[in-house]
Ligand binder design. Structure first.
Ligand code: ARG
Ligand code: GLU
Length: 719
């Protein structure tokens, strides 16, 4: 009987417990997951994944260039990440003559590898729990404002002390919405060079059309190498630097990704919000995202029109297009996913259960009114969020405005400003000018300007309108006339004029600069934002963060009481995490099921020489027709390209290694399925899947397609 009762409890509690594949776990605390991971098929220990006593897999993972993940795959610091993560650097080195975006790039020796000034690769050395020290001095009676001050002060002190005793960069991050703090020691590599990139029609195959979509056929990888000073330390770029010898590098499995296999993903997820009340999820998914989606869609239409006409413009706007397009499509998926999944209703039910639970005990007093209070504060927050959204998705999308902003300081110099400072401002402005005009196409900007300003005027109520908008409405026949005048009068549309101005700059000219209509327009909208939106946004944001901290603590207590076994993972915050799940397809809707992998056949089926996203090179077709896949073929004889699994990933996990039960590299994570992008807010194991490029396809491209087999020779291959 007792046994039956226990079994019943387990069954009941299991339905409460998060599904195995939900969760982004802190590697240092992975002991708690070890049993489950091994039950799911893992053959290694969590100590192999993260240890500070001996080399472990964490020594081969980096935060790549501030936004993605990269992994080391050779003794000589060879680094893999996604094509879209290396994209800016591939573009940086590309010109119309050397178009690495279109044709790919392969360094055939270390001497040919390309330095990337300003790039970074950050490697976690160790982390420790500093919660008690950060919260020292905080009591039950401490007000939120006082608490914030104490926490900031303590963090500063602890960080300084740690930095004085260490060569590493130190960061302290809040976890569980301010309920826990961890200190992280990082090594920051700055000499990272571009080694290889496939042509875009492989690395970005399917482009923005297939972005976020399964089935997928993108060879989304690029290759870099970390260099260090001759004595082995992270250092700025120097010709004398040598390839980094890591403590660990991943072995690569050619065994493939098979249905039901255990996998884990190790990397740097950026941001999730799994513990929000219904009202917050609703605001995000049903108010803010639809507006951004609509505005970005209109801008992208304009980009497309010009990009299709002119190959130069296509390159110039490639990165801008990808950047805007990515959020545009993802947010569409979030809204759709949440609504199909009845996510708001489910959150509302939880909010109600939580409040009912709070009402049952005196000790839970802090939680009783939380949900009601969230409702009030999010209502107050909404117009400010809309104001910020409109500003950033309209006025700040006008390129000459944000370019002009680089000249703000220069427009404020006086006779008293030291010449040295002026020289520095001029040098900065010159650099910004060079970068800007490399990728600027004025007709696009003019058309975008007219469109976004009209949207801004139409959609913001009087008290949220910068003066500029009122001026346009009152003093101009229409928005177009204002835009025509703006582009006719500003100097910021002409590289020649801007450079001439900078060459001849004297403090006496600062006033004239300040009167440039583009700079004035920028300052007008920004000043409005600063005076009328920003401080209230911060104030309400802080209020929400304080409430969320309490709500998070409450949710942890709620679950701990009902189901002590349930572990709760902290929301993603750009720190190193492990997530695990099994390889497998899914059913996005009635009568439709997806297999877990795609092949080169699919690339040939999608091929269309007239559609940029689906062009296939002759070389790839030849290899396909000859079935010349070498040892990279699957046992079924075909060339597998991508696969999906139930790993809980998010932005920042791009480039993360997806590893098998032995910890060998199976592929590179690069995306999620459109149907499951809501997993940043609510995870649904039945439809949330991460998408990875199969490492065998990566090696096939490097080796067979590009002939850079010396790179494969450097790697450790497990056949
Ligand atoms: N959706 C992926 C991510 O969030 C890939 C983005 C790059 N690819 C693209 N086609 N825009 O970063
Ligand atoms: N492509 C994303 C990135 O850049 C990963 C996809 C996701 O959001 O899961 O990190």
């Amino acid at each position: 009987m007792r046994k039956l009762f226990l079994t019943l409890c387990v069954v009941l509690s299991f339905s409460l417990k998060m599904k195995a594949d939900e969760g982004m776990w802190i590697p240092m605390l992975l002991q708690n997951n070890e049993k489950e991971m091994q039950e799911m098929g893992m053959n290694i220990t969590v100590d192999d994944i993260y240890s500070i006593n001996h080399s472990s897999m964490k020594d081969a993972i980096v935060l790549f260039d501030g936004g993605c993940t990269g992994e080391i795959v050779s003794e000589k610091g060879l680094l893999l990440t996604n094509h879209h993560c290396g994209f800016d650097w591939i573009q940086y080195h590309s010109t119309v003559e050397h178009d690495y975006l279109t044709n790919g790039f392969w360094a055939m020796s270390q001497a040919e590898e390309l330095p990337c000034p300003g790039i970074s690769a950050v490697m976690l050395k160790k982390m420790e729990d500093v919660t008690d020290r950060v919260l020292e001095g905080v009591t039950k009676e401490t007000s939120n404002d006082e608490r914030a001050e104490i926490v900031t002060e303590n963090i500063k002190k602890i960080k300084e002390e740690a930095e004085n005793n260490s060569d590493y960069q130190v960061v302290i991050k809040s976890f569980y919405h301010g309920n826990k703090y961890y200190m992280i020691y990082n090594e920051v590599f700055k000499d990272v060079r571009l080694v290889g990139a496939p042509p875009s029609n492989i690395g970005k195959f399917g482009g923005d059309t297939d972005n976020w979509v399964w089935p997928r056929h993108t060879g989304d990888f690029s290759i870099f190498r970390i260099y260090v000073s001759p004595d082995g330390k992270a250092a700025d770029y120097s010709e004398d630097n040598v390839p980094y010898k890591p403590n660990y590098h991943f072995s690569i499995s050619l065994k493939g990704a098979n249905e039901g296999d255990f996998t884990f993903v190790f990397g740097y997820p950026a941001r999730t919000n799994e513990y929000l009340p219904a009202v917050a999820v609703n605001q995000e998914a049903n108010v803010i995202y639809p507006i951004s989606v609509d505005l970005r869609g209109k801008i992208l239409d304009i980009y497309n029109k010009y990009q299709e006409k002119d190959p130069k413009v296509r390159i110039q706007y490639a990165s801008k297009h990808a950047g805007l397009g990515n959020g545009w499509k993802k947010w569409m998926g979030v809204t759709e996913g949440i609504n199909n999944f009845k996510g708001i209703e489910k959150k509302k039910q939880f909010d109600k259960d939580f409040t009912d639970w709070a009402l049952k005990s005196r000790q839970r007093g802090a939680y009783i009114n939380l949900i009601k209070d969230f409702g009030k504060v999010y209502e107050e927050y909404e117009p400010y969020r809309l104001a910020t959204t409109y500003l950033s998705e309209t006025a700040l999308q006008i390129e000459i405005l944000t370019f002009a902003a680089n000249f703000n300081k220069l427009s404020q110099v006086t006779k008293e400003t030291p010449q040295e400072e002026i020289d520095k401002l001029i040098a900065n402005a010159k650099e910004a000018t060079k970068v800007f005009f490399k990728d600027y196409h004025q007709p696009i900007d003019e058309e975008v300007a007219a469109m976004v300003l009209q949207e801004y005027i139409n959609n913001q109520p009087a008290d949220f309108r910068p003066e500029l908008l009122n001026t346009i409405v009152e003093k101009y026949a229409d928005v177009q006339s204002y835009v025509d005048e703006l582009f006719a009068k500003t100097m910021f549309t002409s590289e020649e004029n801007v450079n001439k101005f900078l060459d001849e700059f004297k403090p006496a000219k600062a006033k004239k600069l300040a009167k440039d209509p583009a700079l004035m327009a920028y300052n007008n909208v920004m000043d409005f934002y600063i005076d009328n939106v920003r401080s209230k946004t911060i104030e309400l944001g802080n209020q929400i963060a304080d409430m969320q901290r309490v709500f998070m603590r409450g949710q942890m207590e709620y679950h701990a009481e009902r189901n002590p076994e349930k572990m709760m993972y902290p929301d993603a915050n750009f720190t190193l995490r492990v997530t695990y799940g099994k390889i497998g397809g899914f059913s996005p809707k009635d009568a439709v099921t997806y297999k877990h992998f795609t092949t080169l056949d699919g690339i040939m089926q999608k091929e269309n020489p007239d559609i940029y996203d689906y062009v296939v090179t002759d070389r790839l077709r030849e290899l396909y027709e000859a079935k010349d896949y070498g040892r990279y073929a699957d046992k079924d004889g075909s060339m597998h390209v991508a696969f999906i699994a139930g790993n809980h990933t998010t932005g920042g996990n791009s480039g993360s290694p997806i590893l098998n039960a032995d910890g060998h590299l199976l592929g590179l994570n690069f995306d999620r399925t459109w149907e499951g992008t809501m997993s940043d807010l609510i995870y649904d194991p039945s439809i949330c899947r991460n998408i990875s490029v199969d490492i065998r396809y990566v090696l096939f491209i490097v080796d067979k397609y590009a002939g850079a087999s010396y790179l494969v020779d450097e790697m450790t291959i497990v056949e």
